[in-house]
Design a protein around this ligand. Structure first.
Ligand SMILES: *Cc1c(COP(=O)(O)O)cnc(C)c1O
Length: 339
């Protein structure tokens, strides 16, 4: 049924990407005026890009099918062949994007360990910048992520990191797939957390609830390069207004409510601790649980979907309400009582 978000059936805590478009979002998609975005004349895409650029404080925004592609296009727009990006070991764009920067961009990653709070040590960043010498790749870019592993990186750290990048002539990219979660957790605007970066990538398909779509933001020259990279990567779409309409709806309706997801994550973490589980977090909408053998299977058998793994990440989102959290906790408590 259109708009049936399967509430009351499965409680799906695998990721905030599992949300289905709501009835209102689907209506917006159906009714969106459309054109051919490769010719630049899809009015809904143009409206989304203009809205996002204004909201986040950049001259331009460009719609991509996915966050992986927008991050890769950003790397390719900042770095040429044989150039280097400094990036966290835990960063999505280093660890979870199949090495795309190296495979398709001929860009060398220089990963650094993320500290427990998700940040990179500034002295380590500085030490990793290569001298201008033919032995070395040319260090071009510093890429950060916010939130990372659910952890919100505060403005003070960003200021320090951006200052260092500027002093050392590095471009800066922020993977802000969940930047609105970071903003909600820190009590600042997303725009404030994007300020000073040369480019930012923002997912519409995570906690914001759209079925697809990521925005890449930057200035004129950067976006011109990113548009070319998007074409190379096969990401230029035609009547993309269908997707953009969902993104507009998401930005208008689903940002303020992210605090509910964070509340639900608090409730989940608290309940799991009370039930005797070893818990880390919550960090924004994520809770990490040391899962004993058989935990994931037990939860799935009780209609609570979680990913298997020794350290399981549970993610709250707009298709899990407080009642869903109670059902997840009831299933988790039953794990200890099972015969
Ligand atoms: C999900 C995610 C991406 C990639 O988004 P896809 O749309 O799944 O390709 C990039 N960065 C971060 C931090 C993410 O969580």
């Amino acid at each position: 049924m259109i708009g049936d978000n399967a509430k009351g059936a499965l409680v799906d805590l695998r990721s905030d990407t599992v949300t289905r478009p709501s009835a209102g979002m689907r209506r917006a998609m159906i009714e969106a005026p459309l054109g051919d975005d490769v010719f630049g004349d899809d009015p809904t895409v143009n409206r989304l890009q203009a809205h996002a650029a204004k909201l986040l404080g950049f001259p331009h925004a460009l719609l991509f099918p996915s966050g992986t592609q927008s991050n890769l296009a950003a790397l390719m727009s900042h770095c040429g062949r044989g150039e280097e990006v400094i990036v966290g070991q835990e960063a999505h764009t280093y660890r979870y994007e199949a090495g795309g920067g190296a495979v398709l961009g001929s860009i060398q990653p220089q990963p650094l360990a993320n500290r427990p709070d998700g940040t990179l040590d500034l002295a380590e960043i500085e030490a990793a910048i290569k001298p201008d010498d033919p032995h070395f790749a040319r260090t071009r870019l510093l890429a950060l992520e916010n939130t990372i592993g659910g952890k919100a990186i505060p403005r003070g750290y960003l200021d320090e990191a951006l200052k260092l990048a500027k002093r050392r002539n590095l471009a800066t990219h922020l993977d802000g797939a969940r930047i609105f979660n970071a903003a909600a957790a820190l009590g600042v605007s997303a725009r404030e957390l994007c300020r000073g970066f040369d480019s930012v990538s923002v997912c519409l398909s995570k906690g914001l609830g759209a079925p697809a779509g990521t925005l890449l933001l930057g200035n004129d020259a950067f976006i011109a390069r990113a548009r070319r990279a998007r074409k190379i990567l096969g990401g230029a779409m035609r009547q993309a207004g269908v997707i953009a309409a969902a993104g507009l709806y998401a930005l208008e309706h689903n940002v303020a409510r992210l605090a509910e997801d964070h509340d639900n994550a608090q409730r989940l973490a608290h309940g799991l601790r009370e039930a005797g589980f070893e818990v880390q977090g919550p960090h924004t909408n994520m809770v990490f649980v040391a899962a004993p053998a058989g935990f994931a299977d037990h939860m799935v058998n009780n209609e609570v979907l979680v990913l298997a793994g020794a350290r399981t990440r549970l993610v709250t989102h707009l298709d899990v309400d407080a009642a869903g959290i109670e059902r997840a906790l009831a299933a988790a408590r039953a794990f200890h009582r099972r015969g």
